[in-house]
Design a protein. Sequence first.
Length: 287
Amino acid sequence: MFGAYFDEGSRDPERQAHRFDRIAGRYDLVNDVASLGCSRRWTRAFARAVVESVDAGPADAEGTDADATIVDSAHGRPGDSPVSNSPALNRLPLLGLHILDVACGTGTSSRALARLGADVIGCDVSEGMVAEARRLETGRDVVAARADGSRGAVTYCITDACDMGFADNRFDAVTCCYGLRNMPSPVAALGQMRRVARPGAPIVTLDFDMPSGTLLPNAYRLYDAIVLPLVGGLLTGHPSDYRYLTQTIEQWPGRRGVAHMMRVVGLRHPQCRPLTKGIASLNRAWK
């Protein structure tokens, strides 16, 4: 259905790790600049989606259409409202939960979940990304918050998402931000996420997507092809790595493709939510 993208030999984990090792130190800065600040809003939408998915459970999702847009009812926009506007998130709604954050990168998503009370294991194939995540986790404000109980703890490890060593049925939720499209086999990675999730647990992913319509996708492709490698190259010195990331976005089947993959590995009730006119999207399903 999606051609060579799902060829298990099309992505080499060692090459992937080396690529992300080189850009780890400036990765967050490039994301902020290249996305014009949208990446922070998407992280808040992701954290909110995890809370909603844990609260809802698979029974509440029964009968939903995987291709339907889940609209933020408070604002009428797909997933763009800030977390601080949600009463459910003005506490620690994930307190006591154990969450695995796959392809955690520099730990932005892991820390977002920890701020809501979860104890998080962030894993990534890139040693450079994990080293940067650990450095950020030792910041004074982060350590103080963890010590006084106002957030959960985060630990990091180096793991191949397609062959994880965690026990079956271990985690209360499994997440993945911007990493699924870079996997050697996205289907194998989702299968591993399903394996380590406990029965009834949600799997929530966030990734880039392609906007709907006629003019916007063309403008987005032009921006993606020129601005991302330019900004990434200027800030990291490695424009080729950002040209590669642009290519992965072009090839990625988007939210409906992820929903299909979730069904393939046996996840239930897949749903999708476009963010910022479909430039990014959230997917969720339950074991």
